[in-house]
Design a protein around this ligand. Structure first.
Ligand code: ATP
Length: 321
């Protein structure tokens, strides 16, 4: 029988001495979901994933993964999950195929089944043409794809990915996500990942924002952004002052002029723009609509931007307001 939840945690806690790394965590992830754990460095994401993967014993509370209790039945949990860690654990001297075969042997997979699974997975992550090359000759993105394939070799029900695209360039990040979406659709597995890249979190069906060991809020990216509020609409017009005045009078919205044009906020920018252009009586040269970002959500709930919480980092979340 299939477990009702792919991942379930109740009052899960991890304490290191007096430091509470994870505090009374409750969560439930359905089979087939892509669930993201988002938060700055030190939020407790890896500690949580390690408890769920049976690599770390909880200090209190309980968790079930793929239908099995992580403390009472860790072997069954391990058989039901695949893992991709932040650091590469591939052997650079072995070829892609040898790395996978080594893993299949570890799992005691019968040869014929392993051969088929291996060929299918190399195909899925588009590495068949490089299967005989030593992994040391692979790019970062190729290695990560191979690691994902390796994590899937024994056909787990839940794939855990700790920071799946950290250290990869934005194009490679997008490519990895194309693979992840495809494999979720083709293999119907649950994906549970941690990330502190907010743009990556957009790929998840549901997100939990974590800060200082606690789950701050949970929801779909759209729900979370909806809580923060309105889209930003920026108009370039023939007469910005007149346009701003008309927006205030006609639509009752706050509108300000600035070097980039007229700025206003409204809950559904895309639906509002056609009406605005039709009724404004000022020529509109261009319109941009920017939805609230997940960074806005993080700020809303924690009082800090994720970058402030993280310390100095590269600006990789796109434009901020
Ligand atoms: N073995 C340990 N001993 C003591 N403290 C630890 C240990 N492992 C983690 N911590 C602390 O627990 C907290 C949570 O760490 P964790 O690695 O889970 O965070 P994270 O959200 O995964 O961060 P990152 O994105 O940097 O991996 C941090 O304050 C960390 O310093």
């Amino acid at each position: 029988m299939r477990a009702r939840h792919a991942v379930l945690a109740e009052g899960l806690r991890k304490t290191y001495g007096t430091h509470e790394a994870v505090v009374d965590l409750d969560l439930a992830v359905d089979p087939g979901e892509t669930y993201g754990f988002v938060g700055p460095n030190g939020a407790g994401k890896s500690t949580t994933i390690n408890m769920l993967c049976t690599l770390l014993r909880p200090s209190a509370g309980r968790a079930e993964v793929a239908g099995h209790d992580v403390t009472r039945d860790p072997d069954s949990v391990r058989r039901g999950i695949g893992l991709v860690f932040q650091e590469s654990t591939l052997d650079g001297e072995l070829t892609a195929e040898e790395n996978l075969r080594f893993q299949a042997d570890l799992f005691g997979m019968p040869r014929a089944r392993a051969r088929r699974a291996l060929a299918d997975l190399l195909d899925l992550v588009e590495l068949t043409h490089r299967k005989d090359s030593p992994v040391r000759t692979f790019s970062g993105g190729m290695r990560r794809r191979l690691e994902i394939a390796r994590g899937l070799l024994h056909m787990p029900r839940v794939l855990f990915l700790d920071e799946p695209t950290t250290g990869l360039d934005p194009q490679t990040r997008v490519a990895i996500w194309e693979h992840l979406h495809r494999l979720r659709a083709e293999q119907e597995i649950t994906i549970f990942l941690t990330t502190h890249h907010l743009e990556e979190a957009e790929n998840c069906g549901r997100l939990a924002i974590m800060d200082q060991g606690q789950l701050v809020v949970e929801g779909t990216p759209a729900e979370l952004k909806g809580v923060v509020g309105a889209d930003l609409v920026v108009l370039r017009t023939g007469d910005d002052e007149r346009a701003a005045h008309a927006v205030r009078e006609r639509f009752g919205l706050e509108a300000r002029t600035g070097p980039d044009g007229v700025r206003l906020r409204t809950p559904d920018g895309a639906a509002f723009v056609p009406r605005l252009c039709a009724e404004l009586a000022v020529p509109v040269h261009s319109v941009t609509v920017t939805p609230p970002s997940l960074d806005d959500v993080f700020l809303h709930y924690t009082g800090r931007t994720i970058r402030e919480a993280d310390g100095p980092r590269q600006p990789d979340f796109g434009p901020r307001r």
